[in-house]
Design a protein around this ligand. Structure first.
Ligand code: FAD
Length: 577
């Protein structure tokens, strides 16, 4: 059952209390309540996702954030690597968390991404050979129902058709899709990849985006994992519940037990009145890469240099809490194009856009029923550039950068100009070496923490961004684009490395993939925030299950990795109980 007010709770004690009804939290809510004797309470600060059109309609996904009631509406600190700019840092604040607010591209990463996590944590259970089994439980691959032939857009034998989350292929053709595919035949540098999910251990090349959607509707952890478990009497989800602190029970020698959770009504933006619930087995933090370190620090679990200025007693000295933040930098590269086949003229005309939304509301067809992106690709740096660096990729088949195609103006920061037609070829750095931090700046949980992704801080990162721009310029020079692209827009027109570096520093923001702020390390390692079984070092009764535990950001869109991480975490938690 989903409740909206703390007064509706019928108990203050549950076997498990999960903090955050997000991407990972709702996987656990489902799996842990499969046993009818296990009681679970999920506390979610955000609101319901029910009947929220921008959340449901795939193409409207980018309007769910920033600066909305469904977003935490964070802003970064000034970024020295980005000409000291700040920019919005969206995180879903509703049922489903960021899986209800994201752009729905669904992948798993490379086998090397997972094998590195196994090596770093000294737990072979995180290796791809073990993790791939969770795809069967997680994924429900569904072919588009509009009759189009998609046999060349995915590899049928790789996928699962029996899991919880609907995953599908594009249902509406962007006018440039054929040109993207034709380029893969014209330029050897950009081969065609028939299945870009990573399940075949290969994300290199250009292919068709797989998305968490079906029949013109978003699929999130809420519409899948929660929907199929919400009528279980042993599951309670409370929205509007802002967790403000974890409280230790007693002071047992050695480790402290954090089984008490304090929360308040998120609608009041006040810590009073405050409520408390207790977990008899475990508290599980699934508040995401920003929320989780914030709650730890508010609870006195963190680095003393972060807690001392706020007079927060250090209950568990855990120096890496909030450190190591990694994220994928995203750079919109925009071209002017000929004719009217880009979507821009529809997107800037309220009447045409309104008609498209009405069509979607009537029968779930048209471009609103489709994701904003149909084609994505991944590539490695060429060896001449790479040999200047220690390769930060998880292995030799893991990409360094991503290429994303949209047949319209897609810049998260700069709004569509009042005229012109555009093609956007975004590039994203998927093996960044810059590391940033999340640090609370107040003991008031309603004050956002300082978010410093430290974008483009290293020579490798800026060099790779520049190389990615050069690569898409080569892509755009293929014969397939001869009668379409007319010129590079704005600072993309620069030709020298220095000019492209300035283009990158001026326009880069984020693909919204923060990770690693409560990093996993080996059981006996002194660094790291969690053990390989995701229990928090130096505590008992406390685990973290969300993207913050990945020691390295996966080289892909990370929602798939979060889902299967949570599937394995559920197994670990059940085994420990
Ligand atoms: C705009 C956007 C676009 C993206 N696009 C893609 C994409 O196309 N493909 C992809 O793979 N990934 C994408 N991502 C990233 C992906 O969605 C996230 O990395 C992933 O969902 C994170 O999962 P999580 O479980 O770690 O956290 P979340 O899903 O963010 O869950 C955390 C939950 O905890 C709640 N919470 C936080 N603090 C508290 C508190 N104090 N008390 C109570 N509740 C709290 C939050 O409200 C939220 O519901 C995107 C993300 C965004 C924001």
């Amino acid at each position: 059952v989903t409740l909206t007010d703390a007064s509706q709770l019928t108990s203050t004690t549950y076997d498990y209390v999960i903090v955050g009804a997000g991407n990972a939290g709702l996987v656990l809510a489902n799996r842990l309540t499969e046993d009818a004797n296990t009681t679970v309470l999920v506390l979610e600060a955000g609101v319901s996702d029910e009947n929220v059109i921008p959340v449901i309609a795939p193409f409207l996904g980018p309007s769910v954030t920033p600066d909305t009631p469904w977003d935490w509406n964070y802003t970064t600190t000034a970024q020295p690597g980005l000409d000291n700019r700040t920019y919005p840092y969206p995180r879903g604040r509703l049922l489903g968390g960021s899986s209800s607010a994201n752009y729905m591209i669904h992948q798993y990463g490379t086998n090397e991404d997972w094998d590195r996590m196994a090596n770093v944590s000294a737990d072979a259970g995180w290796a791809w050979s073990n993790m791939k089994q969770y795809i069967e439980r997680h994924e429900k691959f569904i072919l588009p129902t509009n009759g189009q032939n998609v046999s060349s857009e995915y590899i049928a034998s790789l996928h699962s058709y029996t899991g919880e989350l609907d995953v599908s292929l594009p249902v509406w053709t962007q006018a440039t899709d054929a040109r993207v595919v034709a380029t893969t035949q014209q330029l050897a540098e950009f081969p065609y990849n028939q299945d870009i999910s990573g399940i075949n251990n290969d994300m290199l090349g250009i292919g068709w985006a797989q998305s968490s959607m079906v029949n013109g509707t978003r699929a999130s952890s809420s519409t899948s994992y929660l929907a199929s478990a919400n009528d279980r009497p042993n599951l309670t989800v409370l929205i509007n519940a802002m967790v403000t602190k974890l409280l230790p029970i007693g002071t047992p020698a050695g480790v402290r037990s954090f089984r008490n959770v304090q929360f308040s009504d998120a609608r009041t933006f006040s810590v009073t009145p405050s409520f408390q619930v207790q977990a008899t087995k475990e508290v599980i933090l699934a508040a995401g890469a920003v929320g989780t370190p914030q709650i730890l620090q508010l609870s006195g679990i963190g680095a003393s240099e972060d807690l001392a200025p706020l007079d927060i007693p250090v209950l568990v000295n855990s120096p890496q809490v909030g450190k190591n933040l990694q994220d994928h930098p995203l750079l919109p590269n925009i071209f002017n194009v000929a004719g009217n086949s880009s979507l821009d003229h529809i997107l800037r005309d309220p009447a045409q856009l309104g008609a498209a939304i009405a069509q979607w509301e009537t029968n779930r067809t048209g471009f609103i029923s489709n994701n904003v992106v149909n084609n994505i690709g991944f590539a490695r740096l060429n060896s001449t550039v790479l040999e200047q660096f220690t390769d930060p990729a998880a292995g030799p088949t893991t990409p360094h950068f991503e290429i994303i195609f949209a047949n319209f103006w897609l810049d998260p920061i700069v709004t569509l100009p009042s005229n012109g037609s555009y093609l956007t070829i975004l590039t994203a750095l998927v093996t960044p070496t810059s590391r940033g931090s999340i640090t609370i700046q107040s003991t008031n949980p309603f004050v956002a923490p300082l978010i410093n992704p430290n974008m483009l801080d290293t020579l490798f990162d800026i060099t790779t961004m520049v190389e990615s721009v050069k690569a898409i310029k080569r892509f755009a020079a293929a014969p397939a684009w001869g009668d379409y692209i007319t010129s590079a827009f704005g600072s993309l027109a620069g030709t020298s490395d220095a000019a492209l570096e300035e283009h990158a520093r001026q326009h880069t923001t984020t693909v919204f993939h923060p990770t690693s702020t409560a990093s996993m390390a080996a059981q006996d390692a002194l660094d790291g925030v969690v053990n390989p079984d995701l229990t928090v070092k130096g505590t008992s009764g406390l685990r973290i299950v969300d993207l913050s535990v990945f020691p390295f950001v996966p080289s892909c869109h990370p929602m798939g990795p979060v889902y299967i991480l949570a599937e394995r975490a559920a197994d670990l938690i059940k085994a420990a109980s």
